[in-house]
Design a protein around this ligand. Structure first.
Ligand SMILES: Nc1nc2c(c(=O)[nH]1)N[C@H]1C(S)=C(S)[C@@H](COP(=O)(O)OP(=O)(O)OC[C@H]3O[C@@H](n4cnc5c(=O)[nH]c(N)nc54)[C@H](O)[C@@H]3O)O[C@H]1N2
Ligand SMILES: Nc1nc2c(c(=O)[nH]1)N[C@H]1C(S)=C(S)[C@@H](COP(=O)(O)OP(=O)(O)OC[C@H]3O[C@@H](n4cnc5c(=O)[nH]c(N)nc54)[C@H](O)[C@@H]3O)O[C@H]1N2
Ligand code: SF4
Ligand SMILES: [Mo]
Length: 647
């Protein structure tokens, strides 16, 4: 028996981008550990990736190219699959033009070489492109509007904070490597506050927990700002570094602090205590991703930017308002931006595909995504994909989306892949390298597209080996200690392009260097309510939050099993006992679930896991209407109301 340890980086869609040490025994991965030398990973991994080797060996794994014949996906050779795809690409472009071809790439792998898949379609077309971002679109657009950039102070700057506000953020589940830093900050005296309508696991990290009404964070921020204005604790320099301060103040003064607090369904005492923390900075706001997935999501993040600015915390070490880390900044793009002949809006993908005309979308290629399960209004997305003439999906596992493809191409898993990874939860970059060989009939994505480019005669497509592509991507930082050899030698390297304090130069990155304060009230969200019916609960806000055991639709361990679950306050479903099989109904459809009761939840929420399988009736997205956020074309997943009845 021979046992070796190899280092790689986790490429999952997760803020942490962990360094992994894999133990490989006789060619099989037997253990995964966090790299103790990675400053953020600190020697541990999350539940879902610790158990990834089981998934990699499981029957869900795709190990052969598949082609649909007479309705059934059957194994075939790469030559057969790619010649079919190449013929179809050429035929569709010749008959209908490149706008009839659409490449949808999601974040199943954060590897930067995945951008080479986009490059293929840009050069072959340009083809129809994707706009918007269902994950973080609203928050990023909000910060770019206010601050000229969506990025963060160094993650260890939190050690300078006196207060840290987890605003709609659940690091215990979805950003686990932030937890030791929060604990270190707490050991130095920092106080942690959690603001979340849902009582979630990170409450255990916080001294203070606020459970405002879902989507009412805007009003909550206004309440806090009103207290700061009323008590003259707005930073006197704010009028120098902010635009439209008088207009912002007028907005805040539309209601008293008590009125705003009532709208947010928190007490005035809670608001005053929170205002005290902003006045007693440095106070860091860590903005979660959940609440910006609402129709007012952009406005909510803009309000948080404003609160940080007027309270004087934005420019201070230990302050700031952190939503995202610019994970791609250190990497040089593979090609220039192109102008697409047409775009599909990601949050409205199903309806946009169905509505596309002159030409219709005839050819759809899906990379690293499971849109049937993960985009809102799953039924429409599924229908749109089923109606598309030719669908190619690359994935490592069978999903609700591969089930609807004409051609399925198997790619390496995160333990077999070779790529470069930047994180959206810190500023370190690192390389992923195979810790084990991939199965014989699995192919690296770069090689798939290089083969395809040769088949369709796309001479401009880069045919360099993978390492050379990595060097191309690192060309801008190689001279600053972040070249490929440095990454290999050192593991993770801090991006030389990331400042420790984002606004340490004393200005933000808007055109005039000043913070753009918002000055208008966002409209009320439109949230359709399912019709009342006998025995059904009152309308409840549907939350589909991350769970430890899955990465979106990719479950580790036993997975969801036969049924999903829904958590509510016992008073929300009078007469129903825990364990009852219930039906969760929205205006779009229903799913069945096991009822779980939790007296610590608000009475108006229903919480299901993010990422259930659609074809097994477990996906929250079967219930969630497709609507865009106010900014950035995000998806308003959380503006959904349901009722619960006995199944
Ligand atoms: N284990 C695990 N980790 C993950 C993922 C996963 O699937 N599983 N997914 C990864 C991905 S893709 C992303 S984008 C990130 C983020 O993953 P998400 O799960 O989207 O984000 P979180 O910020 O952890 O959780 C969202 C929190 O926002 C809260 N929230 C919802 N609405 C409101 C509101 O109106 N106001 C306030 N204050 N809070 C609200 C929810 O109750 C929840 O606790 O996590 C990544 N990490
Ligand atoms: N109801 C509800 N829906 C949500 C959310 C929510 O909170 N609630 N969260 C939203 C968010 S934040 C996100 S980011 C999206 C996620 O949506 P998706 O990105 O569609 O989610 P995944 O289920 O992770 O699908 C990624 C797929 O990529 C595959 N994959 C992994 N590595 C590779 C690779 O190297 N190459 C290829 N080709 N495939 C690979 C995985 O096996 C997996 O099947 O879901 C969104 N949907
Ligand atoms: S999924 Fe996130 S926390 Fe888990 S190993 Fe990967 S990067 Fe680390
Ligand atoms: Mo995401």
């Amino acid at each position: 028996m021979s046992s070796e340890t190899h280092r790689t980086t986790c490429s999952r869609d997760c803020p942490d981008a962990c360094g992994i040490l894999a133990t490989v025994t006789d060619g099989v991965v037997t253990d995964l550990k966090g790299d103790p030398d990675h400053p953020v990973t600190r020697g541990f991994l999350c539940y879902r990736t610790s158990r990834f080797p089981e998934l990699q060996r499981s029957g869900q794994r795709l190990t052969r190219p598949l082609v649909r014949r007479k309705g059934v996906l059957e194994p075939t050779t790469w030559d057969d699959a790619l010649s079919l795809v190449a013929d179809k690409l050429r035929e569709v472009r010749a008959q209908s033009g490149p706008a009839a071809i659409f490449h949808y790439r999601s974040g199943g792998s954060l590897g930067i070489l995945k951008h080479l898949t986009d490059l293929f379609f840009d050069q072959f077309g340009p083809c129809t492109g994707k706009v918007g971002d269902i994950c973080s679109g609203a928050g990023e657009a909000a910060q770019i509007a206010d601050l000229g950039v969506s990025d963060s102070n160094d993650i260890f700057d939190l050690l300078n904070s006196r207060h840290i506000v987890l605003w709609g953020k659940n690091p215990m589940v979805s950003n686990v490597h932030l937890v030791p830093i929060l604990r270190d900050a707490a050991a130095r005296g920092a106080k942690v506050v959690l603001v979340d309508p849902v009582r979630q696991k990170s409450a255990g990290l916080a001294q203070t927990v606020l459970q405002p009404a879902p989507g009412r964070d805007f009003e909550l921020v206004m309440a806090v700002a009103r207290v700061l204005f009323d008590t003259e604790r707005v930073d006197p320099r704010a009028r120098h570094f902010c635009n439209r301060l008088p207009e912002f103040e007028a907005l805040v003064r539309r209601c008293s602090a008590a009125e705003w607090a009532a709208h947010a369904e928190v007490t005035l005492a809670e608001v005053e205590a929170l205002a005290d923390r902003f006045a007693d900075g440095p106070t860091a706001i860590l903005v979660g991703w959940g609440m910006q997935r609402r129709q007012r999501g952009g406005a909510i993040v803009r309000a948080l930017d404003a609160l940080s600015a007027i309270s004087g915390n934005l420019f201070r070490p230990g302050g700031g308002v952190s939503f995202y880390f610019q994970r791609r900044k250190a990497f040089r793009p593979f090609g220039p931006p192109v102008s697409h002949p047409r775009v599909v809006r990601e949050p409205l993908l199903g309806q946009d595909l169905l509505a596309a005309r002159d030409p219709a979308i005839r050819f759809l290629w899906i990379t690293a995504g499971n849109p049937v399960a993960m985009l809102p209004d799953s039924a429409t997305v599924a229908k749109a994909i089923e109606r598309t003439e030719f669908v190619v999906v690359t994935d490592c596992f069978a999903t609700d989306t591969t089930e609807r493809a004409h051609v399925v191409l198997p790619v390496p898993t995160l333990l077999e892949d070779s790529d470069l990874i930047g994180a959206y939860g810190h500023h370190w970059i690192s390389e992923s390298r195979p810790v084990v060989a991939m199965p014989a009939d699995v192919r690296h994505e770069v090689l798939i597209f290089q083969d395809l480019a040769r088949r369709v005669g796309l001479d401009v497509y880069p045919q360099d080996p993978i390492d050379q592509q990595k060097r191309t991507a690192l060309a801008g930082v190689a001279g600053q200690g972040a070249g490929l050899e440095s990454l290999r030698r050192q593991g993770a390297v801090r991006s030389p392009l990331a400042d420790v304090h984002l606004f340490g130069r004393g200005h933000v990155y808007t055109p005039d260097g000043r913070v753009q304060l918002l000055d208008t009230m966002p409209p009320e969200p439109e949230v359709p309510v399912p019709a009342a019916q006998p025995g059904a609960s009152a309308p409840l806000w549907l939350f589909s939050n991350s769970t430890e055991k899955s990465q979106a639709s990719v479950w580790s361990g036993k997975g969801l099993g036969a049924t999903t679950w829904v958590v509510v306050h016992p008073d929300a479903v009078p007469g129903l006992a825990a364990g009852t099989r219930v039906r969760v109904l929205s205006t779009l459809g229903s799913i069945d679930a096991e009822l779980r009761l939790d007296p610590e939840q608000r009475r108006d929420v229903a919480i299901v896991p993010k990422g259930g399988h659609y074809d097994r009736g477990q996906s929250a997205n079967a219930l969630i209407p497709a609507r865009a956020t106010d900014l950035g074309l995000g998806a308003a997943y959380l503006d959904c109301k349901v009722r619960i009845v006995r199944a």
